[in-house]
Design a protein around this ligand. Structure first.
Ligand SMILES: [Zn+2]
Length: 554
């Protein structure tokens, strides 16, 4: 018998993150897809024997949380508690195996933000500049982008925010035509304000070297190099108070811009995790350790922050850059772009009310490749894929053999009758593992389904129900069930529930990749009557409603 082709990860530890969901609303299908993609990777690496620390947090600061709190007549802290509890619950229902889920509104985050700020100051990377800004005299405060509306200077659309228009144009709030304060309805005045700017261009060479090391996907690198070639403008890292955020030390009235302390939340959540574990290590011991591999999973809309600003911040604070930044495309439903502002969105909770978590995870995994292209799901496609693959192909192998192996006391043979076929199965298993490694879950699903097809074809061909010789009948079942065990093990990262039920057939609770190739010969098995239930497309109304909507991808 051949060996499985598989190379375990080089480093003993993995610290990984998903992008921090903003704390002003429920998780939607986009958050769900990213978390599922990352969780599959985390589970795949744990089964490779790696110590995985998978963390995420709520992104809590900035105007939107403050506005939400005001609209609900609550304190921002109260809103953060409520939203945070819902985020945790929804991720848990989707079986996302975070090792810690924290908040950027935390003492850990403030402490690390202060430490970063000190390093930037000491390194001479900050510059003070005076910038003209909109000031509401009635309210007695500067207006940020969310608190001013006006006419787009580009296309003339009315009632647009202070930073960007629906037409796609971005601009400074002072460029708005006929600006109006959303606080008082007054026309704001232009007034000078002092701010601190981070000189990012100084880190361009280090960022280029990092990109050349293969830290990001090819198409992401191309986009980042485009921006680097244009030159990196100094980045304003402060906002005027009152602002819901972290006050800048020694700068009365100034707060850190939310995008400064948000990515620091990755590190402070790692810190929180270590504190909860009562470890004597701190975040830097883990993050900077040569035995730790570091990875971020993000959406393609935030590659500028994670591919330029964040690396510059890290290097400004003498912290090593992440080994990998993995970006994904956007999910569409029936070809419709998801947009909360158009009311065209489906929450993760709605999906999980109508769809088993394993089924959702499988449907998403089957659609997400390793690139940044958008991917589509719809009710019919989800039901078809789940029913055809999980029920009709994978669970079916065990179900169809159940009465036959029962005639043989549910006891498997001592050896496999067709070791060449098992070698073929191992080749497909090795392919699936390589796909997990390259974060191509769609390709991993294809390899696993091919393995199921190979096995069902074998059962069809050998037709054990027509075989009279009990030893031969038992041997055929053993061959097919050995391959079924491979499939069950490979499904562990994608569908933990289904995989658990399938592995329980062999009395196993999990199978690491170093045990993957061992066939389950000479043992008793127990096949339950049902392993997975079919789903009905008509029951997925939360997707169906969007599919029948009017907004379509242009
Ligand atoms: Zn416009």
């Amino acid at each position: 018998m051949k060996n499985l082709s598989y190379t375990p990860p080089a480093k003993s530890r993995l610290a990984m993150t998903t992008a921090l969901p903003y704390a002003n609303g429920d998780l939607h299908i986009g958050h769900g897809s990213e978390a599922i993609q990352a969780d599959i990777f985390a589970r795949y690496r744990r089964l490779a024997g790696q110590e995985v620390i998978f963390v995420c947090a709520d992104d809590c600061h900035g105007t939107a949380v403050e506005l939400l709190a005001a609209s609900q007549n609550k304190s921002p802290e109260r809103v953060l508690q409520e939203v945070g509890a819902r985020h945790r619950a929804d991720f848990a229902r989707a079986k996302i195996s975070f090792d810690a889920y924290h908040s950027t509104h935390s003492p850990e985050n403030e402490a690390i933000a202060f430490a970063f700020f000190d390093e930037l100051k000491r390194g001479g990377h900050l510059q003070r500049k005076t910038v003209p800004q909109l000031y509401d005299e009635q309210a007695g405060r500067f207006l940020d982008d969310r608190r001013v509306r006006g006419t787009c200077p580009d296309c003339g659309r009315k009632d647009q925010y202070g930073d960007a228009c629906e037409c796609g144009a971005t601009y400074d709030a002072i460029q708005l035509v006929d600006p109006v304060s959303t606080l008082t309805g007054a026309r704001p005045q232009v007034q000078d304000a002092e701010h601190l700017f981070f000189k990012i261009e100084a880190f361009a060479a280090e960022i280029r070297a990092w990109l050349a090391s293969g830290a990001v996907q090819k198409e992401v690198r191309a986009k980042l190099l485009e921006w680097l070639d244009e030159g990196l403008r100094d980045w304003c890292i402060t906002r005027n108070g009152p602002y819901f955020g972290i006050p800048v030390p020694g700068e009365p009235g100034l707060f850190f811009y939310v995008w400064l302390d948000a990515p620091i939340g990755y590190l402070s959540t790692l810190q929180h995790y270590l504190q909860e574990k009562q470890s004597n290590k701190n975040w830097a011991d883990i993050w900077s350790d040569e035995n730790t591999e570091t990875r971020h999973f993000i959406g393609k809309d935030i590659i500028n922050f994670h591919g330029l600003f964040w690396p510059a911040l890290l290097r400004g604070a003498h912290v090593p850059l992440p080994d990998r930044l993995h970006a994904h495309g956007f999910v569409t439903v029936g070809g419709h772009k998801m947009s909360k502002s158009r009311g065209n969105s489906v929450t993760l909770a709605q999906l999980l009310d109508q769809l088993d978590a394993d089924a959702l995870r499988y449907a998403i995994a089957a659609r997400m490749g390793d690139g940044i292209t958008d991917f589509n799901i719809d009710a019919e496609g989800v039901a078809e894929k789940v029913n055809s693959d999980l029920v009709g192909k994978i669970a079916n192998i065990a179900s169809r053999l159940r009465p036959i192996i029962a005639m043989s006391d549910n006891l498997l043979s001592d050896s496999l009758p067709d070791s060449d076929l098992f070698d073929q199965a191992l080749v497909l298993a090795g392919e699936a593992l390589a796909c997990f490694e390259s974060v191509n879950t769609a390709a991993a699903v294809r390899s696993i389904v091919s393995l199921a097809d190979l096995t069902n074809e074998y059962v069809d061909r050998e037709a054990p129900w027509t075989v009279d010789d009990p030893d031969q009948r038992r041997a055929i079942c053993t061959q097919a069930l050995a391959q079924f065990r491979l499939i069950a093990a490979l499904m562990q990262p994608i569908c933990p529930g289904l995989a658990g039920r399938c592995l329980a057939v062999f009395g196993l609770s999990k199978v690491g990749w170093d045990e993957l190739a061992i066939p389950p010969t000479g043992q008793k098995i127990t096949i339950p009557p049902r392993l997975f239930d079919r789903i009905d497309a008509a029951a997925l109304s939360c997707l169906g409603e969007i599919q029948s909507g009017k907004e379509t991808v242009q």
